[in-house]
Write a protein that binds this ligand. Sequence first.
Ligand code: RTP
Length: 152
Amino acid sequence: MSDTVERTFIAIKPDGVQRGLVAKIIAVFEQRGYKLVAIKMVCPSREHLEVHYDDLRGKPFFQGLIEFMKSGPIVAMVWEGLDVVRQGRKLLGATNPLESEPGTIRGNFAIDTGRNVCHGSDSVKSAKREIAHWFNNDELCDYNLELKKSIY
Ligand code: RTP
C-alpha cells in the first residue's frame, strides 16, 4: 500500500448486525468506490472495547456503550481509498441520528444515539490505532483494484 492511500476502521455495531444491515452498509462503501481490505465478525471482550473507546472513559454513557457493544457480534472492517477517513464519516452520518442527513447510513437506519448502527474512525491517527487494535497485519489484504475500477 502506498503511504498516501488512507485506510479507516469501520465497524457494524451489534444493532446493525442484528437488524440485517451488514450487506447494505458494505454496499454503501463499495458503491462509493472504496476497497475492502479486511473484514471479520467478532465478539470482543470488555477489555478490548474499553481500549477501543479509551477517550470516552469519563463519559456518563461509557459503561452503557460497552454493554451495548458486548450485546452481540460486531463486523469489523478496514476500508481503503482516497480521503476514506473523512468520507467514511460522511457516509456514516452524524453521531446523533437526529442530526444525521437522510441518505447517510445513520440517517437512513437509526433514530437513537445509543443504537447508531456503525462506527468509523474520526481521524487518520485514530484509524491507525484502531486498525492495529482490531486486526493483525496478516489480516490486511493488498490487492489490485484495476479490474473493479474498469467496471465503472
Ligand atoms: P463512533 O465512535 O461509534 O463512530 O461514534 P462517534 O465517533 O460518532 O461518537 P463518539 O462521541 O465517539 O461516541 C461513541 C459512541 O457512543 C455512543 N454515544 N452515546 N448517550 C450519549 O449521549 C452518547 N453519546 C455517544 C454512540 O453510540 C456513539 O456512536
